[in-house]
Design a protein around this ligand. Sequence first.
Ligand code: MN
Length: 165
Amino acid sequence: MGSRQGRFVVQEHHARQLHYDFRLEAGGVLKSWALPKGPSMNPAEKRLAVLVEDHPLEYLEFEGIIPAGLPGAGEVVCWDAGVYRLAEGRDLMERFERGRLLLELEGRLLKGGFALFHMKGRGEKSWLLVKRKDAFSVDHWSVPRALTGERKRALKEKHPPCEVD
Ligand code: MN
């Protein structure tokens, strides 16, 4: 396993369509993917990850209710956060350009090896996130819901530090 590369976050985003935003700190920005079904700890479940624009680092900490009328209007809460390492190569951007990232995640929910790779022939935005088989992988997994009633009541309306997806 290589050295620590940076932080990651997964945000549960209750926009018009509930989805999960996976963001990796790299090169002073957050490389970002939107996962319609969220991540999975089951290696048999390949999860679509739609590449979206880079987001500013401030977005790592963002939680709140994006006001109605703005893009992505709805609640955003942190679903998981932690650090990642590259399991292959040293430079995330170089791996990103090749369309294949092998990651080791150390989050509260996401742990161990993951592959994040571009699907050739499906346009530049279509990637897949897949758990690698290891000591942390499980055969049955469902995405736990982060936005409990209690957390929802504590959230405030807040403008995000950038346009959101
Ligand atoms: Mn989003």
